[in-house]
Design a protein around this ligand. Structure first.
Ligand SMILES: [Zn+2]
Length: 133
């Protein structure tokens, strides 16, 4: 993901993404997915950040993102611990990623280009296929 989008998410959701610069965390590598998923990540982050902020201060630091990446074409959003409300929000976002172009955020579908599964709109799938040739 573009640096400026990454920076903005980390700035806007400081509890959830507190480990972004920690070299002890796999999240040190940032958001390992395309820019097209930024809106769904932002929506998900807002939901979880609101839950975290409603907790007692000493509880908050348990709820941090460990890793965000694309795997087998869809979003994976890992936290150290989560509870049912957070887990449900993550499930919704991961399902949404399966029909959202990772490049631009338009409706897309999962398919393989050159052996890699990714979710892309028609336009970006055509572009990827052209590059492979
Ligand atoms: Zn696209």
């Amino acid at each position: 993901m573009k640096q400026e989008l990454d920076d903005a998410l980390v700035r806007d959701f400081p509890n959830l993404y507190a480990d972004r610069k920690s070299d002890q965390s796999p999240f040190y590598w940032g958001f390992e997915c395309g820019d097209g998923w930024e809106p769904l990540l932002r929506k998900l982050s807002a939901e979880i950040e609101a839950i975290i902020v409603s907790m007692p201060e000493k509880e908050r630091k348990k709820y941090r993102v460990k890793q965000v990446k694309e795997k087998f074409g869809t979003l994976r959003f890992y936290m150290g611990i989560a509870h049912d409300g957070i887990r449900a929000a993550i499930d919704r976002a991961e399902q949404e990623s399966a029909v959202t172009c990772e490049c631009c955020g338009k409706p897309g579908s999962s398919g393989s280009v050159g052996g890699w599964l990714s979710v892309l709109c028609d336009e970006h799938r055509a572009e990827r296929q052209k590059k492979k040739r």
